[in-house]
Design a protein around this ligand. Structure first.
Ligand code: AMP
Length: 577
């Protein structure tokens, strides 16, 4: 089976000169590379599956699913077309209409991917949830998204969903992926239904602005919000797949994210399939040795992961290039949180190539700022805007935006609104949505800087910024400095209200195992950071902690640390790992 997957040596990137490419880029021109549907229609599943199933790559492996025991199953584009059509027919049978919501709560199994793409074929909206969600976060999402159908497993149904049924009046049907027979008129066996329908289905002629995907944001601020994306978003997935992840025919791609996080949908499902490459899906959770063996055995060419995973690999002290044959790997990307200089440098030392950081959010639907295969990587920088994306740094005062043009001025990261995968709503929260825009600019909620050469540098979330003795302190800056101390494995910074200086900088530190959590170590780290950062912004308080609270997508929940510190309510913790 291995031979079905291609091995691509060094290759010329699809975008060989960033500046030249930007100057002639047009979304309209790229749109022409997609198939489209009659009368100006477009459908994500058609672009991702059916058009390839009807072409000469029909027998290419679309999805290689690696089971927990490391055996694997291949699904070709032709096969994926049939399976997703069957699922679409099941939804038709259940009278699911365009605009209805279909949710999933499963691990990474083929039926999750079949359900996602099959739902998109019908014009219904798909919303994947993390399988580790407990009843409350599942309830919040299912009720907010008015889920009509839920695809799940028997175990998760029993553990998480059954107790919620009385509170979910919209939920008509639960499809159990592993049940052999129907349970009652609400809880059905998906396989029985799949066997009762045909695998022929005419994709609904969805229009570019028709809703397609719903993703709840990670909850780093406030309650989860449902960001709604439309079918036209597929153009961003196509473009970023081609020019950021640099997909070439025959490539094997592995995105380690779960579809419960937007990265696992945009890049764990859509972008690779739209570009006709082979998409690796691993059922299992993080395991350093397993991950390296997947890269080797499945001859992965492009690997997309997160800083948390990279830091975990760094701590393992395995030597991948000595123990594994990773000769097919040609590009590594990372997203989700700041990728520190030392992590980029480690990538270079460990894999012979820098890890390329890129930046985006649930709301942007796809990669907006990135390092590229053909561009010099500046460690610590998120890179430059995607061709077709206009980014800027600015200040916001009331309704006014003032763009900052001097290099390295710190301000809000802004994006000129209107890109294809921009979210079109926060579900039922129009005011909250409107607040994200000022004039033509979308406010990302992040603070950043731009250097003289146009590279963007992340500073922090606007709402995590600390004001101490009149200084603006970005947590990223302080945390990066602390992590250079040999005793510090991880660090998170909060601003603790203080009558004298506004807020004082407090650090929560996870120690490397060989260090003692005592006063000596504390003093040493304090001294080190004062030296590194100056007394104005170095942490005045340090507390040792066993682990940092993080979202399932790996972001530190600083606001939770702050709430705990101040004895305030913890707020929404549904995305807590
Ligand atoms: P989410 O919507 O959960 O994907 O979170 C988006 C947020 O994650 C952004 O607004 C940033 O605060 C953070 N983020 C994503 N990518 C990066 C990156 N490359 N560097 C720093 N922060 C990032």
């Amino acid at each position: 089976m291995k031979d079905k997957l291609g091995t691509i040596p060094r290759i010329i990137p699809n975008m060989s000169d960033y500046d030249a490419f930007c100057s002639q880029f047009s979304w309209e021109k790229e749109y022409e590379s997609l198939d489209g549907l009659p009368e100006g229609g477009i459908n994500i599943a058609h672009e991702a599956v059916d058009r390839h199933a009807n072409s000469d790559i029909r027998d290419t492996v679309a999805i290689r699913w690696i089971r927990k025991d490391q055996s694997f199953e291949d699904i070709t584009y032709a096969d994926l077309k049939l399976r997703t059509s069957r699922f679409a027919n099941v939804l038709e049978k259940l009278k699911i209409k365009k605009g209805d919501s279909v949710f999933s709560l499963t691990g990474r199994i083929p039926l999750l991917y079949v359900a996602a793409l099959g739902t998109l074929k019908t014009g219904a909206i798909f919303c994947p949830m993390f399988s580790v969600f407990g009843p409350e976060p599942a309830f919040q999402r299912l009720s907010k998204g008015k889920a009509k159908v839920l695809v799940t497993t028997t175990k998760l149904y029993e553990k998480t969903i059954k107790q919620l049924l009385d509170r979910l009046p919209f939920l008509q049907t639960i499809l159990l992926v592993d049940a052999e027979r129907h349970r009652n008129d609400k809880v059905w066996s998906l396989s029985v239904l799949m066997n009762e329908v045909t695998d022929e289905y005419t994709i609904k002629n969805t229009q570019p602005e028709d809703p397609a995907l719903l993703h709840f944001t990670s909850g780093t601020t406030g309650m989860p919000k449902g960001a709604l994306h439309v079918h036209k978003a597929v153009l961003t997935h196509f473009v970023t797949g081609k020019y950021v992840l640099d997909f070439h025919p025959g490539d094997v791609f592995w995105c380690t994210a779960d579809p419960g996080w937007v990265t696992g949908t945009s890049y764990g499902i859509i972008a690779p399939l739209v570009n006709g490459v082979t998409n690796i899906i691993d059922e299992e959770e993080f395991d350093a040795a397993r991950w390296y063996s997947i890269l080797e055995e499945h001859r992965v060419n492009i690997w997309y992961t997160s800083p948390t995973a990279i830091r975990r690999l760094m701590r393992m002290d395995l030597k991948p290039l000595e123990s594994y044959n990773l000769s097919t790997l040609r590009l590594i990307h990372s997203v989700g949180e700041p990728l520190q200089v030392e992590e980029v440098v480690w990538g270079k030392k460990t894999f012979g190539m820098p890890i390329c950081d890129n930046w985006w959010q649930t709301e942007t639907g796809g990669i907006m700022i990135s390092n590229y295969a053909s561009m010099e990587v500046r460690p610590g920088s998120m890179g430059k805007p995607l061709p077709g994306i206009e980014a800027a740094i600015g200040t916001i005062e009331g309704e006014k935006i003032q763009l900052l043009t001097k290099p390295l001025e710190q301000g809000h990261l802004l994006l000129k609104s209107g890109w294809p995968s921009m979210f079109r709503a926060y579900l039922d929260e129009e005011e909250r949505y409107k607040k994200c825009f000022k004039g033509e600019w979308y406010l990302t909620g992040d603070l950043a800087k731009k250097d003289a050469d146009g590279y963007y540098w992340f500073v922090g979330r606007a709402d995590d910024i600390i004001k101490t003795s009149g200084h603006m302190v970005g947590p990223f800056e302080v945390e990066s400095a602390l992590m250079e101390h040999p005793a510090v494995a991880e660090a998170a910074i909060i601003g603790k209200p203080n009558a004298m200086i506004g807020e004082l900088v407090k650090a929560f530190v996870v120690l490397e195992p060989r260090f003692e959590a005592d006063e000596m170590t504390k003093l040493d780290i304090k001294g080190f950071s004062r030296k590194k950062l100056g007394p104005a912004i170095a942490p005045k308080e340090i507390e040792f902690i066993d682990s940092l609270p993080k979202t399932k997508s790996g972001k530190i929940l600083r606001r939770l640390l702050k709430a705990r510190e101040l004895g305030l309510p913890e707020g929404d913790t549904s995305t807590l790992e």
